[in-house]
Design a protein around this ligand. Structure first.
Ligand code: ZN
Ligand code: ZN
Length: 240
């Protein structure tokens, strides 16, 4: 089974500002418009990732218009988890953003902590109302107590991202973990986002593997918070 629609919003896209991605915001948004997307979340990596942008990148996002080529652009971040409830950008800058995702990445100072400490770090961030999405929680390099995390998502309204790239190009070994997370989201009703995690314009809006896994597990379309422009804005608490 597949859904009859594709999400209108891609909430996870990297520009050249990430330091290891290959398209400008303009190129990404043009490609998004061509594919019929209505929203793109510009979620460059946080400053803690080697080669990542300086905090000034996030401070200056006010220069980015709300709409480019008819596509709503979210000023966002894929922040790095640095400790229990701790991210790599200060609150005064996080507060200005439309979309804060939090995720584990190697070489940011939180490697090899083990499942219990990883889980504590994520659960603490899910209590932070600024953090709307946990990025690629199925990463096998950062094991988690998936039931605890999905239960927390259902309780706090923090979404778990089902990352399309995790199924074929990034974070090898994610597949089974992602399917377990999806199964728990179906059981417990936690909100879900689908993201391309594109690092080049051509990847924006590519969701097929993630959508196939969600549909196979019986996730309701209404559970996918980025299914429409309006549902994504509502989820993020942004005005239409
Ligand atoms: Zn990246
Ligand atoms: Zn990531």
């Amino acid at each position: 089974m597949l859904y009859p629609f594709s999400p209108q919003a891609d909430l996870h896209v990297h520009t050249v500002a990430s330091g290891h991605a290959y398209s400008t915001l303009g190129e990404i948004v043009q490609e998004a418009a061509r594919k019929g997307l209505k929203m793109v979340g510009m979620t460059d990596h946080g400053p803690g990732l080697p080669g990542g942008p300086h905090p000034y990148h996030f401070a200056a996002l006010r220069f980015v218009p709300e709409y480019l080529h008819g596509v709503r652009v979210l000023r966002g971040i894929e922040a790095n988890i640095l400790g229990i409830g701790q991210l790599d950008l200060e609150d005064v800058l996080l507060d200005r953003l439309d979309l804060v995702m939090a995720g584990f990445h190697e070489d940011c100072g939180f490697d090899e902590r083990g499942r219990d400490e990883n889980t504590r770090a994520v659960l603490a961030l899910m209590d932070n109302p600024k953090v709307k999405v946990i990025a690629h929680p199925g990463n096998p390099n950062f094991p988690l107590d998936y039931r605890a995390v999905v239960e927390k998502g259902a309780a706090t309204g923090t979404a778990l991202e089902i990352n399309n790239s995790s199924f074929f190009i990034s974070r090898r070994g994610s597949d089974g973990n992602c399917r377990e997370i999806i199964r728990l989201c179906a059981e417990l009703g936690a909100p879900v986002t689908v993201g391309s995690d594109a690092h080049i314009a051509q990847g924006v809006g590519e969701f097929d593997d993630a959508l196939g896994a969600l549909a196979a597990a019986g996730i309701k379309w209404e559970q996918v918070v980025n299914r429409t422009l309006e549902s994504a804005l509502t989820f993020l608490g942004l005005p239409a």
